[in-house]
Design a protein around this ligand. Structure first.
Ligand SMILES: [Zn+2]
Length: 182
C-alpha cells in the first residue's frame, strides 16, 4: 500500500474515481495550531493531528472518503478546573456533494460534505470532525476532586466547604435565605 500526502485543498472527485490496483492510503499530519475553528475550543498546546484517509466509489457509484483521526488535546476539567489530556480517536465516512439538496439524498451511511468551490479544505474538514468528538462537558474520568484533595491539604477545606454548601442547599432551601439575611 502506498503512503502519500493529501494537498491542503483538493477536489475529491478525481481521488474517488482513481482506478488503481489496491487502495491508496493518504496520511497527513497537521498542527493543532493550524486548525483555526478548533484550536479556540481547547487549551493551547503544541500537539499534532494524525490523519489517514482513502477514497473510492461504492457499488452505486457514490464517491466517498473514509479515514481516521488521532490527536491528544488539552482540555479544562469542568469539575476541578485543572487541565487534562484528552485523547481523540475518531473515524469518518464522508461523501462530497455540491448542494444541500444532494446532501439530503445521500444514504444515511454517509456524512455529506458540501464542497466550497469544488474543493475540500483539509484543515476545515479535520476541525469539524474534531469538534464533533469533543465531550460536551470535559471532565477527568476519575473523581478528580477527591484525588486533588488527597494531594493538597489547603484545598481540602476549601472543597469541603464547597460540598457542604451544596449539600445544605439541597437539603434545606431556607439555608440560602438565612445566609442572605445575615
Ligand atoms: Zn477534574
Amino acid at each position: 500500500m502506498l503512503n502519500t500526502k493529501l494537498p491542503v485543498q483538493f477536489d475529491p472527485y478525481p481521488f474517488c474515481r482513481q482506478r488503481q490496483e489496491g487502495e491508496i492510503c493518504y496520511s497527513n499530519t497537521l498542527r493543532l495550531s493550524e486548525l483555526d475553528s478548533f484550536r479556540g475550543l481547547i487549551l493551547p498546546c503544541e500537539g499534532e493531528v494524525q490523519i489517514t484517509c482513502s477514497f473510492g466509489e461504492d457499488d452505486q457509484k457514490i464517491p466517498y472518503l473514509s479515514g481516521n483521526i488521532e490527536a491528544v488535546v488539552h482540555l479544562r476539567c469542568q469539575r476541578c478546573m485543572h487541565p487534562f489530556e484528552y485523547e481523540i480517536k475518531t473515524s469518518f465516512l464522508l461523501s462530497p456533494v455540491y448542494s444541500d439538496q444532494a446532501a439530503k439524498e445521500l444514504p444515511s451511511t454517509y456524512e455529506p460534505i458540501v464542497l466550497d468551490e469544488g474543493n475540500i479544505s483539509l484543515p476545515d474538514l479535520i476541525s469539524e470532525e474534531l469538534i464533533l468528538s469533543l465531550p460536551l462537558v470535559p471532565k477527568h474520568e476519575e473523581n478528580c476532586l477527591a484525588e486533588f484533595a488527597k494531594k493538597s491539604q489547603p484545598s481540602v477545606t476549601f472543597m469541603h466547604r464547597e460540598v457542604d454548601l451544596e449539600n445544605n442547599r439541597m437539603n434545606n432551601p431556607f439555608k440560602i435565605l438565612e445566609s442572605i439575611k445575615l
